[in-house]
Design a protein around this ligand. Structure first.
Ligand code: DP6
Length: 360
């Protein structure tokens, strides 16, 4: 499949104005996307759990106007005008204009809010960009009702990717693959697909408790981060490893082997950070409390044999992954032993989710 296939036929209907609203979740990568080429093409495949509670809710109100050279839009976060969000959205609109050619024919009022605190250090780009992409494709669907559900989701993911790579994994659930790999049939660099193979019940309703170790803004922007993989001495090995790790993950998901799952995802998380530590310039994004938490998790696992594992994003926060049927004991441990390492004692309890929803 090529980009050209996302350029629509002339629209069947003309719209004067309207409003659409979508809520779209965040996601947490198990096999990490780190490194990209031009046009938001990933250098390696990734796979993620879609989350359930950490969401962005976005409404787009559109009003027909004369076509102009520039995009016409305003953005509000929690009801407050956010001009500092405009450059990112302008870049997004420029990248997607060929695929949603109505953008310059309307004025858009974009109103957005997150269910998680903006300052929590949780990336809102995946949920935010996917919610916006879904609103735009919903508008397109009104002009082109023949768009099937599959085409709708695929194009939403395709557009979201052009806003933020990981956002293409937030349209559906509960396990999404993005990036072409021989290990997964139908996988594509252009959009995310649902993981197409059998997943053992052990992974249904998996929990993700996010420990907010550092609630500040990201220390390294994703653009800078991905660029660190250009000319990185270990880059090629790492990209190959991601393919290999997906190959290893398949039988683990099928058999429900949570111990091997934990080994693999923890190694992925530490590899992501190892890539940052061995790039030029180099960064350490973990904080002392991140390491304290990791050591506590390992100690807990040795002592209890419960299935608590972790993964990390490009920051200091720790995502704790564990099966729902062990929640009681693990939450007790989190509250008594780990919350003390969180900034202001803050953490978020989330779990695997099924993807975005339109709000009527
Ligand atoms: C470490 O999707 O934020 O979370 O495409 O530049 O917007 P851009 O990057 P972004 O990168 C996410 C990187 C990661 C790993 C992952 O989610 O796979």
């Amino acid at each position: 499949m090529t980009e050209q296939l996302f350029i629509p036929e002339p629209y069947a209907f003309n719209l004067e104005n309207g409003k659409v609203t979508w809520e779209s979740p965040s996601n947490i990568a198990l096999i990490k996307y780190w490194g990209k080429k031009k046009h938001q093409i990933p250098k390696n495949p990734s796979i993620s759990f879609t989350l359930d509670k950490c969401k962005t809710i976005t409404s787009v109100t559109f009003t027909k106007k004369e076509e102009t050279d520039d995009f016409s839009f305003e953005v509000f976060l929690d009801g407050e005008k956010k001009d500092d969000f405009k450059p990112k959205i302008n870049t997004f609109f420029t990248r997607i204009e060929a695929y949603v050619p109505f953008l310059k024919h309307y004025h858009f009022k974009i109103e957005t809010k997150n269910t998680f605190p903006h300052s929590s250090g949780i990336a809102s780009s995946a949920s935010g960009m996917s919610a916006l992409a879904l609103c735009l494709i919903s508008i397109e669907k009104q002009m082109q009702p023949s768009l099937s559900d599959d085409q709708f989701n695929r194009k939403a993911s395709f557009l979201a990717r052009l806003g933020s790579g990981s956002a293409c994994r937030s349209i559906e659930g509960d396990l999404i693959v993005w990036g072409q790999t021989d290990e997964i049939e139908q996988s594509s660099d252009l959009f995310g697909i649902k993981y197409p193979y059998k997943v053992h019940d052990n992974f249904k309703n998996f929990q993700d408790t996010i420990l907010l170790v550092d609630e500040g803004e990201k220390q390294v922007s994703s653009t800078v981060g991905h660029n660190l993989m250009n000319n990185h001495p270990f880059a090629e090995e790492r990209f190959q490893q991601a393919h290999h790790n997906i190959k290893l993950l398949k039988p683990i998901l099928e058999s429900g082997d949570i111990n091997s799952f934990i080994k693999l995802i923890e190694s992925e998380a530490l590899t992501l950070h190892a890539m940052m530590m061995t790039s030029m310039p180099y960064f350490i994004l973990m904080k002392p409390n991140t390491l304290q938490i990791i050591n506590k998790i390992w100690e807990f696992r040795n002592n209890t044999e419960l299935h608590l594992g972790f993964t990390l994003d490009a920051g200091a926060n720790v995502h704790l992954l564990y099966p729902q049927n062990e929640s009681d004991k693990i939450l007790e441990f989190i509250k008594s032993e780990l919350v003390g390492y969180c900034q202001n004692g803050h953490y978020i309890c989330d779990q695997i989710g099924l993807g975005a929803n339109r709000i009527e």
